[in-house]
Structures are given as C-alpha cells and as structure tokens.
Design a protein around this ligand. Sequence first.
Ligand code: UD1
Ligand code: UDP
Length: 357
Amino acid sequence: MNIAIILGTRPEIIKMSPIIRELVNCGDNYFVIHTGQHYSHNMDRVFFEQLKIPNAKYNLEIGSGSHGEQTSKMLVGIEKVLLNEKPDAVLVQGDTNTVLAGALAASKLRIKTGHVEAGLRCYDRQMPEEINRVLTDHCSDYLFAPTEKAKALLLTEGISREMIYLTGNTVVDAVYQNLELARDNADILNKLNLKPKEYFLLTTHRQENVDNASNFCSILKGLNELASVYKLPICYPIHPRSRKMMAEFKLNSGNIRLMDPLDYFDFLQLEDKAKLIFTDSGGVQEESCVLNVPCITLRDNTERPETLEVGANILAGAISSKILECANVMLRKTNGWHNPFGDGHAGEKIIAILKGA
Ligand code: UD1
Ligand code: UDP
C-alpha cells in the first residue's frame, strides 16, 4: 500500500509527525506532498528538522494568496502529483486550505481519502476553517474522529457509521513523544529570563481576530491590563499574519513581549511552564489541556468543546474586560482534569486502520 500524506502548514506538520513516524517505523510505502502554504523557516523547515521528518517528495511552493487563489493552485498541483503517483490512499489533517484542496483533489480521483481530526465544528461560517472542515469531512472515506463527541457529531450529519473511526488526536502523540526532549533540550525560560509559572503565554493569529483592527486592539488592551494587574510578563511568539496586521493597523503591543515564532521544543516548554495560556489556536487549546495548563480562548466559540467540559478552557472572545475576568476565574480553579484527546497512540491506530481496510 502506498499512502500520500498532504500537508502545508505548521500545525499539520506537527500533527502529522506521529503518523509519518509510524509509517517510517513500519517500513511502509508513503510520500509527502507539501503545498508550501507555510514557507518561512520558522513556520515550516524548523519542524521537519526538529521532529526528524524526512523531506517532502514534492513541494508545490504555492505560498500565500487569497482563499480562492491559494486553494485553486493547490488543487491543480496536488491533482497532477496524484495522477502521476496513483497512491492507494491519501491522508489530510485538520482544517486549513491545504486540507480542503488535498481532500477534494483525492476524492474526485476516487482515491481513498482519510481525514485526521474529523468531526470538529464551531458552527461559525465566518471562520474559513469551519467551511474547510465540513467540506473535507463530507468528501472523505475515512473519518478519524479524535473524541466520542466528534464521532457523534458526524453521525448526526448523516455520515455512515462504518466510515468513522475513534482514534484520539495525534496532538497527544506529538506532545508525549516530544515533551521529554523539549525538557532536556530547550532552555527557552532561561533565555527569556522567565520563571516557571510566573509568566503568561499568548498566541493569536485567527483571521477574524487579527485582520479586524478593533478585535486585535481589544485583545492587546485586555492582555496589557492583565500584565499590570498581575505584574507578570506576557510572551507572544507572533504569527507572521499577526505581525503583518499589527504593522498595517499601527497597533502598539504595549508591555507584551513580542518574539518570532518558536520551534516546537521551545514552544512546548513555554506552554508547559506558563501560568495561563491565552490563544485562538486550535492546537494550543488542545496542548494546554493535555499539559494541564489553564487556557483562555480568545474566541466566542470553539470546535474543541471537550476542553470547556473538563474545565481546562474558558471563552473570553476578543473582549478586553472579559480577558481579565476569565483569567481570574481560571486562576481560582484547581487543575488536574482528564485529557479528553486520547492515549497518545492515534498515529498507530490510524495507520493500522488504513492498512487493514
Ligand atoms: C493558516 C490556516 C489556519 C491555521 C494557520 C496555522 C487557512 C485558511 N488558514 O492561517 O487555519 O490556523 O495557518 O498557523 O488555511 N505568512 C508568512 N510566512 C509563512 C506563512 C504565512 O509570512 O510561512 C504570512 C503571509 O503574509 C500570509 C499570512 O501569513 O499572507 C497568512 O498566511 P495563510 O497561510 O494564508 O494563513 P494563516 O493565517 O497562516
Ligand atoms: N507552535 C509552535 N511555535 C509557536 C507557536 C505554536 O511550535 O511559536 C505550535 C504549537 O505547539 C501547536 C501548533 O504550533 O502544535 C499550533 O499551530 P497554530 O496555532 O499555528 O495553528 P492552529 O492549531 O490554530 O491551526
């Protein structure tokens, strides 16, 4: 069996790494198509190097662009490769434009298509990711649901039970496989002069937050108020989209410490030792839950409701006053919730299911 892995962005490289590791360990035939949606060294290459992922066989070098432009170029490029390579199955992971293009190209060629992290919904079509998730789920043949909730949701949308597999989320595999390495090899707290549990961590990059001046400004204001109340530093490894929009809107980050995007070991360390994490990232909501660090999500909704249910996460939206309010709530809580995203063997399960079919 020959499996094509399609990926293109930072979170896909990280969350596909346990699947690729499993394929390598088993000596299976596979190849990687990288769309090049992310291309800056610190959003792309660094993860291949650190996670020891073999180079992609194809890099389509699509780069940035409007949704239509980016997705259509990917569709054309991926189709060509698939026609040439004729893999038995294709795997995509998550909800980016790369994922939609990969699933659409493969399913139209009637190549068995597997969606890793299927069945997530926030029911907000303002988010491009929601459209990508729904469409990818509905054209895939294998739906690898991370949780019971995701599986139930797919059933309510009429997807046949035989196509849905409960596997857990590969984010847990990636955290478990790399946390010790991160603890041994990363020295980021010393480098940044931070003490464990005496700083806050921020990431925000969602289009509906950072491409909207008033939302972005309100998030920065809320976090600056928090810093002055708690007298603790806030670290913000800033996504290139957010860096660009901050400059375009001429926003001032105040006392927030901006830094370039970090490699995975450094970032895992910063998450693990943070007092609280503020984010609009999907992967960071999951990782904070797995690492037992309270999370405040800078959105009005989440497609990861399990994090809210176990008490690991709370929604503050982009409202400055709510950011401080939610931080106070989360700081009063006792941690120690159960991790709802699986046992860290999702990658092995996914490959076993594909090979057994
Ligand atoms: C994309 C995904 C988002 C995901 C995020 C992960 C879509 C619709 N969005 O958002 O779901 O959470 O990746 O990080 O697929 N840029 C660089 N270097 C890069 C990549 C991007 O400078 O390597 C800059 C460019 O100015 C670009 C902007 O970031 O225009 C946005 O990049 P894009 O890939 O369109 O979306 P993301 O915001 O990265
Ligand atoms: N991440 C990283 N360095 C950073 C910020 C995030 O390695 O500076 C990792 C993080 O550990 C997580 C993933 O990137 O695994 C999340 O990616 P992102 O927030 O870009 O995308 P999303 O999960 O929202 O799609």
